[in-house]
Design a protein. Structure first.
Lengths: 288, 112
């Protein structure tokens, strides 16, 4: 079962929920936690795990071979992203704009644009007993998170074909990287905070998940600040609230020192227990 | 010398468009012939990505040697402009086309 932890707003507590929930579940069952926020992965900071495997990840980019080119212009016509531009007698390729669709390369009548691999990041797989942790890190200068997110999910699906709980810590926002990170999820947990900002961005995330036809629920973090509007909204929209994590300086301090909160704060652990029970319930329902 | 302006309209008194890649129009002034032409760039709105290089390529096709704009092109567009040898002047984003032309003639705009 694939569970994505997402949010509209950044900084609401996706990583807090992901690392604590995964570690808590791993006390009894085999779990895979994957950090898909490849532009700034940080789940690893909270986990004591050993490196099991590391590999480079590549994306394919066309390379112009001047000698073979007849300047017919087909490549630039078929590129939806304007990553291939013809300027007089030369073809320019913009690797950051390229989406590796192969159109220019395949449709070139003279094979003047072969696709070559370019390193875009690194994937690391760590293990601690029941907990498998996978993260990918985009190379500095690379602009596209989506291909790396897709390849990271492929790695997890390949390595763990069995039906165990797989948790995906997603990037914030509602743009392409989030779509990629959540599109294979069986359930999406949206972490928010009970503030006007939290509600505003939660609504965007909810609309996105509806568009993707996803099942989803909400975890309210920092419960106690702001107002009740997030709860009113969830009631009105029939969205289940899976947990309410209290606003507490102690939780923030434990998080800031890189420790797991559920091990030290019973009220927090109760909330992880609620989410766990919910996940086990839907997992059982899905199996039936 | 052909001078291209990024603009929001097609007149000498139109406002400049401070954006390069997503400019609404190019107004091209041919100094030798004392002639104005314009080019509608609004179909770039349909492009989520790559507006910069696409617009820079159009500028190349229009045959302009000087570009007068506001904020200046982004990295990808700048690569194309450099390759085509177009000289770019920025800082005219809040002016009308006429004001921008006068500022250029009086060396008030910043070259990049």
């Amino acid at each position: 079962m694939n569970i994505a932890i997402a949010s509209g707003k950044g900084g609401t507590g996706k990583t807090t929920v992901s690392v604590n929930l995964a570690s808590y579940l791993a006390e009894n069952d085999k779990v895979v936690l994957t950090d898909l926020d490849v532009e700034e992965p940080n789940s690893k900071l909270f986990l004591e795990t050993e490196l099991f495997h590391k590999e480079d990840k590549f994306k394919m980019i066309p390379e112009w071979i001047e000698d073979k080119c007849t300047l017919c212009g087909i490549c630039q016509k078929v590129c939806n992203y304007h990553a291939v531009i013809q300027l007089g007698p030369s073809i320019l390729v913009f690797p950051e704009l390229c989406h590796s669709c192969y159109a220019c390369s395949e449709l070139c009548p003279t094979d003047a644009l072969p696709m070559i691999p370019v390193k875009m990041g690194e994937l690391s797989h760590y293990i601690n007993d029941n907990l498998n942790f996978v993260e990918s890190r985009l190379e500095i200068g690379q602009e596209q998170a989506v291909p790396l997110i897709a390849q990271t999910i492929d790695y997890v699906h390949d390595k763990f074909p069995e039906d165990i709980i797989k948790i995906y810590d997603s990037p914030p926002g509602t743009s392409c990287p989030v779509i990629e990170a959540t599109k294979d999820a069986d359930f999406v947990i949206l972490v928010t905070e009970p503030t006007p900002f939290g509600l505003h961005d939660l609504k965007l995330a909810v609309e996105t998940m509806k568009e993707l036809k996803k099942e989803f629920g909400v975890v309210v973090n920092r419960h106690g600040i702001g107002n009740d509007n997030v709860f009113d909204y969830c009631t009105q929209e029939n969205i289940p609230v899976l947990a309410k994590i209290p606003n507490s300086r102690r939780i923030a301090e434990i998080y800031s020192s890189g420790r797991l909160v559920y091990k030290e704060v019973p009220e927090f652990k109760e909330q992880m227990e609620s989410i766990k029970n919910f996940i086990l319930k839907i997992k059982k329902e899905a199996a039936e | 010398m052909k001078i291209a302006f990024t603009t929001k309209g097609t007149e000498w008194d139109s406002a400049m468009d401070p954006r390069f890649g997503r400019t609404e129009y190019f107004l091209v002034y041919d100094e030798d012939k004392d002639e104005f032409t314009h080019f509608d760039n609004k179909d770039v709105e349909n492009d989520a990505h790559g507006a910069g290089p696409k617009t820079a390529q159009k500028l190349f096709e229009l045959g302009a040697e000087i570009l007068i704009t506001g904020n200046g092109p982004g990295g990808n567009a700048a690569t194309v402009l450099e390759k085509t040898g177009v000289k770019t002047f920025i800082g005219a984003g809040e002016m009308t086309v006429k004001e921008a032309f006068d500022a250029y003639k009086n060396d008030k705009l910043k070259p990049i």
